[in-house]
Design a protein around this ligand. Sequence first.
Ligand SMILES: [Fe+2]
Length: 254
Amino acid sequence: MDKIRFCQISDLHIPQKGDYPFSVDVRQNFKIALKKIINLAPDFLAVTGDICRSESELNIYKWLKKELEKSKQKYFIISGNHDLSKDLAEVFKLKKFLKNNELYFQKDFKNLNLIFLDSSVGTMSDTQLKWLKKQIEYSFSKNLKPLIFMHHPPIKTGVLFMDKTAPFRSSKEFEDILKQFDYKFDIFCGHYHSDRIITTEKMIIHQAPSLFFQIEGDIPEFNKKTEFVGFKIYEIDEQKLIDRTEIFKSNNIN
Ligand SMILES: [Fe+2]
């Protein structure tokens, strides 16, 4: 298996033009990340949700699509809890993958099966979970390594405010599927605005930072940190997966 390099950006929270929430130039953070990513020449970029600042807005998706297409970077995109899957599907021309307002799909990519899930409402339907199981079976039958992308971390990951206020609510059902396989799954998520790796018996959870602000993990109250933002870079071959984070100073206005 040739080495595959891919990047992940998450929790972009793009506001309307001229809007600088918490004094952060969010659009500029995204543009700088994209420039750095292009320089790394990854095989693909995964955008793991929360595209919009607070609620789904078509013009935000359109702006992002234009920026991504200008860059010529191959990418995949899923929605977060601040998005609407049906709007995202419409703008990014993914409507054929929309089932009961859930947007999930897969892509064979070299020796990988890239599995993109929809946790945007905080849960996953039984239909989607059954599809996930089928995709895992398909991966092993074709000797493909399954990589799972979703907005929410599948379990609570110790960022106390997020665990308390906005955890994934289908954790048990999700884990019940993974438990049926003798395998440890790599899962790529965001949502918690906190760069972390969490390992369990069945999962290695790669939790990406946000391009907007980070959330203090050790206190149950909301406390944002706007100094630094970042994105993930992964390199994968037959033997290993390397997970690293590129951190850079947030573009803030005074
Ligand atoms: Fe989120």
